[in-house]
Write a protein that binds this ligand. Sequence first.
Ligand SMILES: [Zn+2]
Length: 193
Amino acid sequence: MEVAQGYSIAFKGLKNGHHDFRFEVGKPLFDAFGNTEVRDCACEVSVGLERAETLLVFDVRITGHVVVACDRCLEDCRIPVDFEGRLMVRFSEEEHEYDGEVLWLVPGEDEVDLAQYIYESIVLSLPYQRVHPEGECDPDMLGRFRIVSDEEFASIEAGAGGEERRGGEWAKLAELRERMEPGGRSSGDDAKD
Ligand SMILES: [Zn+2]
C-alpha cells in the first residue's frame, strides 16, 4: 500500500507493474467542489494502478454512502455508493479534452490528481430519485408539507409563463408578490386598460 497526498498519486517513482492505493472520502471533498447537496459522505476508494511506460490504467472502486436530503421529507437520507470505473492516463504535448475515459497529461508530469474523478464518479453514481424506502420518511416532516399535485404545479407554471393571468389563487399570489417588492408598481400605474 502506497501513501498518497490528498487524492494524488505520484507515479514517477513507481516501478512498472501493479500498485494499490486506498483513499477515504468525507464531506471535505464535496465542499472543495462547492457541492451543498451532499450533507455527509463516508466512502472508501481503492485504486489499482497498472503502470506502464506510456500508459497508466487506474481501476477505481468506490464503496460507502453519502447523506443527502430526502426528496420526499427533506430529512437526512443515506444513499449507498458502489462505483466501479476505469481511468486511463496518457501523455501528450498537445492539449486533449478529458472525455471521461482518458486523461491526458503533459510528459514530465509526475502525479495524477484523482480528486475530480472521484468526486464526479460519486455524484454521477447517485440515483436520480433520492428518497427513504417506503414508510421510512419522517412523518412529522411530511405533515408540514402540503403535497402539490402535478396538475396544480402545471397550472401554477402556466400562470407564471402565460399572458393570461388566472384568477383565484394565482392572482392572489401575484398581488402579494407585487406588494412585497420594494418600490413595486403602485396600484394606479397598471390600471389603464
Ligand atoms: Zn424521507
